[in-house]
Design a protein around this ligand. Sequence first.
Ligand code: SF4
Ligand code: SF4
Length: 194
Amino acid sequence: MNPASPGALTPAQAVSELCPHCGFCCNGVLFADVRIPDPSEAATLRKLHVPLRGQPGRWRLPQPCPCLNGQLCSVYALRPERCRTFSCGLLQRLIQGRLSPDQARAIVQRARAALAKVEQALAALGQATANRPLQDRVTHALARPLDLSRPGVIPARQRLMRAMEQLHRILAVEFLTPEGAKAPERPARHPQKE
Ligand code: SF4
Ligand code: SF4
């Protein structure tokens, strides 16, 4: 891609420009959970009554994250190290000036439109509850026995698979790139930043 006239942003500027429009790394769209290997981080979150799963030394913060307030992190100052250091590929390209904020936000909007189609298809299949990772909900919906007495169930499954394929392609290409995996520290979203 050849951005029109982007300039490199600081990580904080890039997060402010992009992440409040997204939230995919916290809302169960990209990840099923966040590893919390540090016992002190787990203890801090538990003091804040954040529900963790697992066991000592292997705690995990489930997604959608209970700390997510809208698109923003409600425990910004105390967020786990994994959250502080994660940057998706899209955010990295924005920081590097390879995308302008408008271009990056347009990609998020494209992903959100694809997600909306997934949600519509899930609702048609009785999987409207969004308190589990998206991938789990889709897998569950498709694994259920096929009830042919329900009108529209086959087209709904087909719509779900098409929409999920479209969303997955966008996430894989735009968000889950090697740049994201090797990302340096990312300042997480702060409710008061806006
Ligand atoms: S880091 Fe990436 S996936 Fe996470 S909120 Fe920001 S733009 Fe979205
Ligand atoms: S950044 Fe905040 S909202 Fe996102 S996963 Fe981490 S603790 Fe949860």
